[in-house]
Design a protein around this ligand. Structure first.
Ligand code: BEZ
Length: 387
């Protein structure tokens, strides 16, 4: 900066009240997402979606330019508290956006409750985040683990299956998805005869596939995602189970991984809050822009990242970028009606989307919408006592 510009900046700073200066400063968004490991591609899609929305708004939300600070959380819960505190305490971010893995997100929720930092969760479904850990400064643009599990259970019962087995990674996302599935499936007249699990991110499925072959259920519900889901679906097929025992799942089983799964995934039915082939003007516009920007088709993770930015924008617009008006901002975020590529939705009092769940069938490289599993499904928000 030359002398004249320094003098000008100093004069401007003196002339503007403090609140106005804060409004003009860049808004620091801390992105805590996996850049490595089995969920790396999911983290990239979330970041792509978030950045796309910001770009559409001319690089500003609520009139403030956005600056990104990034941390790779490695989907490792044991490093989560240190990682989120890098953003909160070292980088002084205005808002944290993250993450994919439920175990990591639980630690993030505890840390932001302590520091009162704003957190927008763009994937991780841990039920407690909009349950016992709910707080005015935490919202989610994705789902609770219970939701897609429950929707898949409704779909399975409607298909007339009676005996099911579940298989999942043994942490909050797998356990809670299977619980949601069991609740709806058993309400619909079915019975879950056995739950199988393995530690995250283990992909040695063989012993569990042998157990499924021995039990001969009518259907298998699976929770896996990312690279682990790609391997599971291929191993299920290679074990000969695809021909004898239908495999279903919450849509993470096939979202963003159909190319890697190849013929092994064809025909798989899943339930999720996003699908290919929605063919609404909103979704088509989003998909075209995403494809042009990233030379890729979007998936559910990209939509959730895009919507995280939309929710933040709803809050910032209400206060013209002045995060000092915190209560007004938080209330505007919660009350926003999100015009999402997945379809419009609102947030429940606990901060979780109330949204439709689609039935999807894997065809080629698409999870094509073939129907609705449950319309306007709220998470029960069990244990949320907002103060
Ligand atoms: C989770 O850990 O909450 C999660 C990870 C990947 C896909 C869906 C949920």
């Amino acid at each position: 900066m030359n002398i004249t510009r320094i003098a000008l900046a100093a004069t401007l700073a003196l002339a503007l009240p403090l609140a106005a200066q804060a409004q003009q400063a860049k808004l620091k968004v801390g992105l805590m997402l996996p850049a490595t490991g089995t969920f790396a591609a999911l983290g990239t899609a979330i970041e792509n979606g978030f950045r796309l929305y910001v770009t559409e708004q001319g690089g500003k939300l609520g009139g403030r330019e956005i600056e990104f600070v990034k941390v790779d959380d490695e989907s490792d819960p044991s490093k989560a508290t240190d990682n989120v505190n890098k953003l909160i305490k070292r980088d002084n971010v205005d808002v944290v956006v993250g993450t994919v893995h439920s175990g990591v997100a639980l630690a993030m929720a505890r840390a932001v409750k302590e520091s009162n930092t704003l957190l927008i969760v763009p994937n991780a479904g841990a039920d407690a985040i909009t349950g016992p850990l709910c707080a005015p400064n935490i919202v989610r643009s994705s789902f609770s683990n219970w939701q897609p599990g429950f929707a898949t259970g409704v779909m399975a019962a409607q298909k007339g299956y009676k005996r099911a087995m579940t298989i999942y990674w043994n942490y909050a996302a797998g356990q809670e998805s299977a619980k949601g599935f069991t609740e709806a499936f058993e309400k619909g007249g079915g019975k879950v005869i056995k739950d199988l699990s393995l530690p995250f991110p283990n992909v040695e499925f063989q012993a569990l596939l042998t157990e499924i072959a021995a039990q001969k259920p009518d259907v298998v519900f699976a929770f896996f995602a990312g690279a682990g889901a790609a391997k599971f679906v291929k191993d299920y097929d290679a074990a000969g189970l695809r021909k004898t025992t239908p495999l279903i799942g919450s849509g993470f089983l096939t979202d963003g991984v159909l190319e890697a799964q190849g013929p092994s995934a064809q025909g798989l039915l899943t339930a999720l809050h996003y699908a290919d082939g929605l063919n609404t003007p909103r979704d088509t516009a989003f998909r075209n822009k995403y494809a042009v920007s990233y030379k890729l088709q979007p998936d559910v993770y990209a939509v959730q990242g895009y919507d995280a930015a939309q929710i933040l924008a709803a809050g910032l617009n209400a206060v013209k970028g002045d995060m000092g008006k915190r209560d007004v901002m938080l209330s505007a975020m919660r009350k926003s009606n999100i015009d999402s590529p997945r379809g419009k939705y609102t947030l429940a009092a606990a901060g979780n989307p109330v949204q439709d769940f689609y039935i999807r069938e894997a065809k080629g490289r698409e999870n094509l919408m073939t129907g609705i599993a449950v319309k306007v499904l709220p998470d029960p928000g069990r244990g949320c006592n907002m103060r």
